[in-house]
Design a binder for this molecule. Sequence first.
Ligand code: C5P
Length: 214
Amino acid sequence: MKNSHLIITIDGPAAAGKGTLSRRLAERYGLRHLDTGLTYRATAKALLDRGLPLDDEDLAVEVALNLDLSGLDRSVLAQHGVGEAASTVAVMPKVRRALVEAQRAFAKRPPGTVLDGRDIGTVVCPDARVKFYVTASPEIRAQRRYREIINQGGTAELPAILADLEKRDARDAGRADSPLRPADDAHMIDTSDQGIEEAFETAKSIIDAALAAD
Ligand code: C5P
């Protein structure tokens, strides 16, 4: 079994369940985890915090080159506005190049890494051992996001969340550089009508079969 330096990629649209699945798999296989969405969010937030424009590519690259990937915290970067700004910044090819390089360097460090994002199986780690594409219907994803916000004591409106998710999906899938799409060799997992536990078991059996075949 060639388990040394295992790289697992998980791509898919917002609120499909990638984050939870990635963390569970990283824990199960003793790997590091990188939520690459946070790298785009941190770049966008640094620009917003300094009152800088989001569409100045050179400025954004400078911020991206100075990110510390080990200190990214979703609780600080979770705000809706930061996600929107991240998907604007993520359209710029030079920003993507800077962040992709940092993500690859992180992925190479032992003992191996689970990375989740939009372009991991297609662009960042095309040679990864096992790739997944996790998705769910927009309505289900919007409901999950809605419940998350309400459970945290916030207020939200379901139709607005659905509209935002669809707008973000369209921007992520429609951009010219590294659009959101499944790698040809990705295993598809639809979480519309399965819980995280079921998705985890499905992913685990696919990984175990791949490792046993090595
Ligand atoms: O996954 P999350 O919602 O945190 O990602 C925020 C935004 O960052 C996404 O909407 C997408 O535009 C961008 N992103 C990306 N490539 C990745 C991860 C995230 O373009 N690998």
